[in-house]
Ligand binder design. Sequence first.
Ligand code: ATP
Length: 295
Amino acid sequence: LNQLYRPLNILGFAYREIKQALTDLERMFQLLEEPPEVIDAEQATDIKNVRGQVEFDAVDFHYEPDREILRGLSFKAEPGQTVAVVGPTGAGKSTLSRILYRFYDIAGGSVRIDGRDIRDITQASLRAAIGMVPQDTVLFNDTIGYNIAYARPDASQAEIEQAARDAQIHDFIASLPLGYDTMVGERGLKLSGGEKQRVAIARTLLKNPAILILDEATSALDSATEVDIQAALGLASQGRTTLVVAHRLSTIQDADLILVMDQGQIVERGTHAELLAKAGLYADLWTRQDTTELA
Ligand code: ATP
């Protein structure tokens, strides 16, 4: 009987394992499920020669109908300006960048680029005009050169290297035995968070968009990396309208406009100096921070 029992037991075990794996797979697909699809309007046209004025006008937004996230939110950035968004975790900072990139449509108000409602613009041309440096960059299982150039496959090696130099990642790449031909990603060389972010910055520099969205990494970086990344971001934001989702106050002192968000609303706005003079929430955050991040 024991001889029969053991294989059955193993089978039972295998069955449970497989069932669990299938359940996990199902959950993974649920998690990966795309946000409700944003569709081009029939009369949508391309946006061309973007100057980069960005305006949120009384924007209402929710992910789920019964939970309002943004209410009547307004701000404006003139071409070339940098707007930084700060505030506690869950305030809605990253949501602004997702709305501008039109991952989601809004429930009320409008978002305009150069005066045009983004719902009247084709998504392809909208996204061509916006560079996005996310918190965590996904790399393809390909060479590091390909990963930098993929937004502009026609880029020359010299252009790729210049972008990498400006993003402060060239020296690192040049130090690898295979240089720009080094395989990266899941099955290749694993890059640190700071290195991946610089690859994303190099990508954006090559793409050369009129509008840049930077979602600062929450994870603490060592101070040398931080300095490199700040230098790269400084270069990347030059001559472009930039929306920075900031997790450290130290990085945004030069912004043309700082928005302090709390629970989906802008509770204070102004430059660094203006906000300090107000002695409100921003000033409070500024005094309380030492070297640590905000959220
Ligand atoms: P953090 O500093 O932690 O990144 P944040 O200020 O960027 O926070 P958001 O990511 O914009 O905050 O989130 C704002 C609110 O929207 C949060 O309450 C969050 O739970 C909710 N939220 C974010 N993404 C989704 C989603 N995909 N579905 C439902 N709710 C979401």
